[in-house]
Write a protein that binds this ligand. Structure first.
Ligand code: ZN
Length: 267
């Protein structure tokens, strides 16, 4: 039972737990071995109890070749892990085993226990940060662009700008699925980024210090599709070519980007 308690913890906790309580002589499970690999950092550790339940794995038997053996391997542990990889059985590296674990993982991370494990990894920053300039220090979540296997590697999703980013991981996106990050944020609103108008970073495109009008082709293609038609018409005073004369009410907004404004100040 002591070992089961290790397995229910996400990888980071297992590491710290290992440092304090587990010793090198203690067994190493396939799940720990797999999830501790750097390339598998996006995966959390699925509970033994979840994998042991036939109900949770319903349908996978017909989808994975040699299902019983793969499942047995996932639940395996070796006694002596102290001398490193030479003691790891070769069949632990079979792609079919990882394939089955990935399919189980996709189901597990939308359960309460799976969400807790992934939320902890999210808070610890295991999935990385958003690369968008407007999202400083915002952590991201893994997402699949398809729920079908082998169609696309895992991506990351930013809860702040809602953008999707490539990753260096080759993990199958279906092991995370299209639903996971959104479902997690619905169930766990405490994970949503806090955005207040005072500290919101919003990049404003300018040319020689003038803001581009929203009807400018450069700007319109990106933004206008989400705007109501009534706001699409150019207001009075709009400059030819899509420039917009700076308004007094815009001064405050522009003021939040001194580096950009200073370049275009009239002298
Ligand atoms: Zn972002």
């Amino acid at each position: 039972m002591w070992f089961q308690s290790c397995l229910t913890r996400p990888s980071m906790e297992v590491e710290s737990f290992s440092d304090s309580s587990c010793t090198d002589d203690e067994p190493l499970s396939w799940i720990s071995w797999f999830c501790d690999k750097p390339e598998n950092v996006f995966y959390c550790q699925v509970d033994f109890e979840y994998i042991e339940s036939a109900f949770n794995l319903y349908g996978l038997k017909d989808e994975v070749s040699d299902f019983k053996r793969c499942r047995r391997t996932i639940l395996e542990e070796i006694n002596d892990s102290s001398s490193g990889d030479e003691n790891i059985p070769k069949y632990w590296s079979r792609p079919e085993v990882a394939d089955l674990y990935g399919r189980i993982h996709a189901r597990y991370i939308v359960t309460n226990a799976g969400q807790r494990a992934m939320a902890m990894k999210f808070r610890e920053g295991h999935f990385g940060k958003c690369r968008n300039y407007n999202c400083p220090r915002q952590y991201v979540l893994p997402i699949g662009l398809s729920d079908k296997l082998s169609e696309s590697p895992v991506k990351t999703y930013c809860p702040k700008c809602h953008d999707i980013f490539d990753t260096e991981s080759d993990a199958d996106g279906a092991h995370f699925g299209r639903t996971f990050p959104h479902f997690l944020l619905i169930c766990r609103p405490d994970l949503l980024p806090r955005i207040s108008p005072a500290n919101a970073h919003k990049f404003v495109p300018t040319v020689f210090g003038f803001r581009l009008h929203k009807t400018s082709p450069l700007y319109a293609n990106r933004v206008m599709s989400n705007m109501p038609a009534s706001t699409a018409a150019a207001p009075r005073g709009a400059f030819p070519g899509g420039f917009q004369k700076p308004q007094a009410r815009d001064a405050n907004k522009l003021g939040s980007f001194p580096a950009l404004n200073n370049q275009g100040k009239k002298k």
